[in-house]
Design a protein around this ligand. Structure first.
Ligand code: GLC
Length: 736
């Protein structure tokens, strides 16, 4: 349709029809058993306004999508196609690592490829929109949704946001292999007080702009078609009714003219937040804030018409939102093909094809972080060893995280299966060792209580101890349950469940050669694991190829290259903890006898493992760090060259990281801020030079007068393999 056609269509629609386009209904209203990702409210739709709705959620098979599309379009006065939307977060059926794991790859381009693969499988099955990427900056491991983010760094998240949006949308969302992306949750949902989901967010505008907003902005600049509002308040106004954020900033300042959808029931929740008297006022606040679509509540459907008729809102607000939704449908080509090419797709050739599996495995290999490797216990030899694999994750198949609606255990390779696929002449034994969950703490996921098969705990432990006694090396496979993280998965204690902590203590009594692999959705307090392990691998939830990736890394058929995208706290007491902090006026010198410093009496300031940390099986030497010039001027950037050499015996990948420190500003400046990174593959003995451009743009920040600019003065450029690096060169920013 042309813009004129759309304008004519809008003019022909009744107010009721236009309002219908602003409504998304949950799939369970249409499809029994459809996935529920929010509260099942009494929706109160009538037969008439139900068929007028513009979109639905979580209908996941093309046959049903086609039937529903045909039925609803037939009932629609203007036969306007519906949007079919879903949370395809880390892959459709070819499920890859959770986003926080992807962040640890420091490979945004790879995540772009993963998103394109996900879009291909989603579109072939009839979906039009995915509610991804989630780019909320996260610094609090208590919050369960850190697993959906690419981490604690502003720049890293922005790079991933850009590549993932481009991956999903391609060059044209009407293409058979593209879907529309929806960046979320706008804004700053990742900073809830106490790490408790849905809780209040209290940030200065400066912190919001300089730390939390850039990743959303990057998604908008990359052309994201949709933005989703967040549940939290910003400056004590819920985001979904926050005109300053949604209209003045998102639309006016950033120029976003795509579709803004609320999060699930977030419009209705303006009432429980205490800023709306009733649904009428909630609808008025949201439509004035520019929220185009009401997710899964009848607030818009039952209130907007009355608000217009009573003169409380202008009809043009409805027209603007309706036009944005019609434009999205038009960009998807739905007026010409309501099935978005899915009818012609051969899903058997697309879904879970070998190329997709291979990409999932590559992503899993790149996202695993080798945190520790004492005495180079890893990689394991392939000959003549007795290796005992022990733990509830040894033969677990649910390795794809809680947000994977379509992940299937039968599609997933366990660690045991991955190890058995390695060509080796070792004796490998396998033992569950203990339950995954602590029976004292029932866990409720998206589908009710998570339970485990009933087991004889003593028998499990005995079997594991016997095998550990005989082993040269024990590989522990431990972890959180997938439902320990994800939405509404906040934890006040971020250690592994007690049965697993007991298991490693018992195994360590009979064998000290322990390698531990953890499966998790968040950084954990792993001190008890760490001190009993010679090596520790953070595997996150690595997806369907997790077992193969981990086995290949363990035996050296793949090289570990992951680097932490989120700090591992020393303990829960440190949280929130992040590398780009401020010195304070009492920076800790390290001298604990001097009481009056910014420190704890009982724990260190530094996390157990810092942002950017990760080991390889080889060693890299930073031979030299040189600047082309030591003065940056507007329009006259400088180049920083880093020569690195692989001085170890094995090939490897180094993630060279560039951090900048502004030594003085009109406001306090972080001790480091990531401004560049590059994955560099080097054969043994090989050396390469990596170059970074340092320009004035990257030195800008929100100044004391709230202007966004850089300030002349002295800077450090740090270079290294993690955020703890002290290797730096100095430069200044001066006027032209
Ligand atoms: C949920 C989540 C959001 C998701 C939406 C639809 O409440 O907050 O991330 O996209 O509802 O499932």
């Amino acid at each position: 349709m042309t813009r004129e056609d759309l304008t004519k269509l809008l003019a022909d629609m009744t107010l009721s029809e236009k309002i219908g386009q602003l409504v998304q209904i949950p799939g369970f209203l249409i499809e029994k058993g459809s996935v529920l990702t929010g509260p099942a409210l009494e929706m109160g739709f009538t037969e008439e306004n139900l068929y007028n709705v513009g979109a639905t959620l979580s209908i996941l098979s093309f046959d049903r999508i086609k039937e529903i599309q045909d039925e609803f379009m037939a009932h629609q006065p203007h036969h306007i196609p519906m949007l079919f939307m879903a949370d395809i977060i880390n892959g459709y059926r070819s499920v890859f690592p959770i986003p926080l794991a992807q962040g640890c790859s420091f490979d945004p381009e790879l995540s772009g490829e993963l998103a394109a693969m996900s879009a291909k499988e989603s579109a072939a099955n009839g979906l039009h929109v995915t509610f991804s990427p989630m780019v909320d900056l996260v610094r609090d491991a208590r919050w369960g949704r850190v697993m959906e983010s690419t981490g604690e760094d502003t720049y890293l998240n922005a790079r991933f946001a850009e590549e993932i949006v481009k991956g999903y949308q391609g060059n044209d969302i009407s293409d058979a292999q593209s879907v529309a992306a929806c960046v979320k949750h706008f804004a700053a949902y990742g900073a809830p007080e106490g790490g408790r989901d849905y809780n209040t967010v209290e940030l200065s505008e400066r912190t919001l702009r300089d730390d939390y907003l850039p990743a959303y902005h990057a998604a908008v600049d990359a052309g994201v078609e949709m933005v989703m509002t967040s549940f939290n308040t910003i400056d004590r106004i819920p985001a979904t009714g926050n005109e300053a954020i949604m209209r003045k900033l998102l639309r006016d300042e950033w120029g976003f003219n795509g579709t803004l959808i609320s999060d699930w029931a977030a419009i209705n929740e303006l009432i429980t937040n205490g800023v709306a008297e009733d649904e009428m006022e909630a609808a008025e606040l949201a439509i004035r804030a520019g929220v185009d679509m009401d997710m899964c509540t009848p607030v818009y459907a039952s209130c907007l018409q009355k608000l217009v008729e009573e003169g409380r809102i202008e009809e043009r607000l409805i027209d603007e939102s309706c036009m944005r939704i019609l434009e999205l449908k038009n960009k998807l080509g739905l007026f010409e093909d309501p099935y978005h090419h899915a009818q012609e797709a051969d899903v058997t050739k697309v879904v879970l094809c070998d190329a997709h599996r291979a990409l999932c495995r590559k992503a899993a290999e790149e996202s695993v972080v080798l945190l520790k490797n004492k005495k180079d216990i890893l990689p394991l030899s392939k000959v003549g060893m007795n290796i005992a694999f022990i733990g509830p994750y040894v033969d677990a198949h649910r390795l794809y995280g809680v947000w994977s609606m379509l992940g299937r255990e039968e599609d997933t390779v366990s660690v045991k299966e991955g190890v058995e696929a390695i060509d080796q002449e070792n004796t490998c034994t396998f033992s569950k060792g203990c339950r995954l969950l602590d029976p004292k703490f029932p866990l409720y996921g998206f589908r009710g209580q998570e339970t485990e098969e009933d087991t004889d705990d003593e028998e499990l432990l005995l079997d594991a101890v016997i095998k550990a006694k005989k082993a040269d090396v024990v590989v522990m496979c431990l972890g959180e349950h997938p439902c320990h993280s994800g939405e509404a998965g906040s934890r006040g204690n971020i250690r592994l469940p007690k049965p697993q902590r007991k298991l490693i203590k018992e195994i360590a009594k009979v064998n000290s050669n322990i390698v531990t692999i953890i499966f998790h959705g968040r950084p954990l307090d792993i001190r008890g694991i760490d001190k009993r392990s010679r090596a520790v691998m953070a595997a996150w939830f690595p997806g369907i190829e997790g077992g193969n990736a981990i086995a290949r890394l363990l035996f050296g058929d793949a090289e570990p290259s992951g680097r932490l995208a989120m700090s591992f706290p020393y303990s829960i007491g440190q949280v929130p903890v992040h590398y780009d902090c401020f010195t304070t006026g009492r920076e800790f010198s390290g001298d604990v006898t001097n009481r009056f410093q910014s420190k704890y009496l009982d724990i260190p300031n530094q996390p157990l493992y810092a942002f950017g940390h990760g080991l390889s099986y080889t060693t890299f030497d930073y031979v030299s760090v040189t600047l082309s010039n030591d003065v940056v001027r507007d329009g006259a950037p400088i180049t920083l060259d880093v020569k690195i050499k692989n001085i170890g015996k094995r090939a490897g990948v180094e993630v060279v990281q560039l951090y900048i420190r502004d030594l003085k500003g009109s406001v306090v400046r972080p001790v480091k801020k990531l401004k560049g990174f590059e994955r560099v593959a080097l054969e043994s003995g090989e050396e390469k030079t990596v170059s970074f451009v340092i320009d004035k743009e990257m030195l800008k920040f929100t100044r004391a007068d709230m202007s966004y600019d850089a300030e002349n003065g002295a800077f450090y450029a740090y270079v290294g393999s993690n955020s703890r690096t002290e290797r730096h060169v100095s430069f200044t920013l001066a006027d032209s």
